[in-house]
Each structure stands twice: as C-alpha cells, then as structure tokens.
Design a protein around this ligand. Sequence first.
Ligand code: ARG
Length: 469
Amino acid sequence: MAGKPWSGRFADRTDRRVEAFTESISFDRRLFQQDIRGSIAHARMLQTVGLLTPEECQQIERGLLEIQAEIEAGHFAFVQEREDVHMHIEAALIEKLGDTGRKLHTARSRNDQVVTGLKLWAREALDRVDGALERLQRALVDSARRHREVVLPGYTHLQRAQPVLAAHYFLAYVEKLERDRSRLADCRRRLNVLPLGAAALAGTSLPIDRQAVADALGFDGVAANSLDVSSDRDFAVETVFVLTMIAEHLAGWAEEWILWSTQEFGFLALPDAICTGSSIMPQKKNPDVLELIRGRSARVVGSLTTLLVLIKGLPMAYNRDLQEDKEPLFAAFDTVEACLELAAVVVEGASFRVDRIAERLDEGFLDATTLMEHLIALGVPQRTAHEVIGKLVGQCERRGLKRLADLTDAELAEADPRLGPEARGVLGVANAIRAFRSYGSTAPAEVDAQLARWTSRLHLAEGASPAGG
Ligand code: ARG
C-alpha cells in the first residue's frame, strides 16, 4: 500500500525506525479484550442511532468476537506497522468485512478509544487487587485468631516499648489494608466515567448516544467534557499511588518479618516451602520471598514517579506522551498482585515461636508505662510519675535486675509512698496487658471486640482457632 493505512494525507510510508520507535503494540496488546468490548458497545450504539444497519452491526460484532478468539488462541499476527492494539483489531475487521468494517470508527477517535480500553482494564485489575487485599486480610485475621493468647513485645524506634497481643498486631495490618481498599474504591468511583464519544478532543457532530455506551460498559456516568476526558490520566496516577501505598505497607511488614525470623529475634518460623538456601553455606535458610516483597516496592514507586513526571506540563488534550502511561500502570498492577498473593502465602505458612517470645518477654521493662499509669490513677502528676518510674528502671539497670517486679516492696515504697504492694497487680507482662482499657487498645476485651468485628466483616466462620502455633 502506498502512503499509510487509512490515510489519504500521506504519500510515503512511515520509516521503519519511526514505526519501531512509536509502536505500542508490544505492550498494549493486553488490552485486546477491553478494546473489543468497547467496540461492540460502540457498534450497538451506532446501530440504535441509525449510523449502522442491524446487519452491519451484527457482522461487526461477529467479526470482533472472531478476532478475539483468534488472539486468545494465539493465531493472530501482531506487526509493527500497525501501531497499537486498536489499529490491529480494526484492520483485522476490515480484512474480514471490507466497507462494513470501515464504518466501526464512526464518531470515535483512538484518543477516546485508548482511554476507554485502559479504564476498563484498570477497573478489572483494581477489582482483582481488592480481592487479593481481602484474601490477605482474611489470612491476617486467621493468624490473629490462632495467636489470640500470644503476647508480643511492642516496639517503637525498634526498641521494646509496651506489650501487645499478637492479635492486636495482626489486626493493625488488617486496618492498613482496609484503608488501601477504601482508597481503591475511591479511585474506582472517579475512574468509572465513560470517555468514549469524546472522539479526538471536541466530541462529534454525529448523533451518538453516549449514555447507552456507558450503560453497556458498566460506567456510572458519561464524562462531561470531551477535552478533559480524552487526555485524562488522573485515574492511572491515582491508582498507582494506591498501589504504591499497598507496596509500602507490604514492604514494612516484610522488613519486620525478616527481622523476626533472624536468630537474634527468633520470633518467627518460616516454612521451608517459602525459603531458599545458599549455594555455599549449607546451614542457611533465607527469607527471600519477604526480601523480594520489600525490594519490589521499588518498582511500584518507580511507576508512580514515571506517571507523575509523564503528565507534568502536558498541554490539552491528547499528546503522544500519553502512550507511555501503560507500561508503568501494568507493571505496578503486576507487581502488587504478585506481592499480595505471596504475602498471603507467607502469613498462612508462618508461625510464631511462642516459647522463644515468652522466654524474653520480661526483658525491656514493658510494664514500666503501666506502672506509671498506676501512679497517675492515684493522683500523681504524669511528669512526676514518669520520673519516679524512670528512676526505678535506672536502679534496676544499675543493679542488674531484669524486671521491675524484682524490686522489693520497700524499694518501691521508697521511690514513692503511693507505690504500695497492690502496684504488683500491674507488674509483669500478663498483668500489664490486663490493665489496658482504652478503645482501640491492646486490652483483651478490646482486641476480642475488634476480632469479632473483622470476623463478621470478612465473613469468616465464628469460633476462634486454637491459641499458640
Ligand atoms: N497508541 C497510542 C496510545 O496508546 C494511540 C494513539 C492515539 N492517537 C494518536 N493521535 N496518535 O496512546
């Protein structure tokens, strides 16, 4: 063919090097189903408004479904001369149908077609990620129930701080993931507005019915400004931001569990099935899955950065730069989906080394804050109580005593006469845990209430799993 496909404007064909540089088929072919779904909805609408006859519409629909089957079966040839998935599918349709195929592109442009396909793809991917988040939440709640009786040292600055129930710890991640899910739902709501019919940038003079297309494709509404929507990639940036938050949540958790599975911590036992060995050190058992979950967050941050820089300074409306939106979007979804799946595998397979944790719970004065609060409850000003208990801790350290409970009644009373024998009721980790009471705290009753809330919210079967593990 002289010139370019479907163009009367050009006398010469495109330079091969330009084709190779500008193609997007190598990565946007994964939009083929979404493109075909969009085209079928578009064709049906064209028929209703009289721009296609019922026969033409039927032929187009059948042709598109055949093309879909060919692509799915791997019988479809992708070539560099046809820039993207949209041109491939349309060209194949024209090969099948001739003039009827040449009518499909009525009242649309690739600019609105691309963003429609991408939105449909992102919407599905977003729903998959939501499902994966829910599965991970379930695994975490299940662990919370399995470890309901286990007490952990809680850390701030990675220094021992106060005791927390293991269930409280697991539910902390459930909450973080719940915020991620709610952010995804927000993104989905803003994304779910139909671009198709915006055409190149200004709309069309043809009598189309955009609402009908929106209904057919499950969009909640029709974009009210054609200039805006044909160049809108906010949804891609926003979604990848949420994916970045998910990746960051997973990376923090992975880091923690890498530490917890060291000899030094000894809190966690990871099953062989998720660990790897060393080629030289026969004894090694490495938590590579967790390290890669931590490491892959870098890619997602990279995708977000790419998209943010990509849209910076773009004038209205479509600019070819926008073709660069797809790879980072796909990569971010692929990475986060894989990480979420593996995170659930790790959570399901890991168990706390309850005895190792319990052995050293007496270290680090985890009950000091509760003892201070005991004094506050007796009317001692907080600053004073803080000082009194701080001095007791200092005294213990100087004398090599591990626990505040190792001090005698006389020594406690000497520090403050209000520290009577009943103060022992909050000493020791088990007592300290029982002393908590505020909403959202690690108090057993509070944690049980939260566990019950999540159990019903995630439709898990009632009845706690046995403690320990
Ligand atoms: N392949 C391009 C993309 O994915 C579509 C180009 C649409 N419009 C244009 N005028 N070149 O963004």
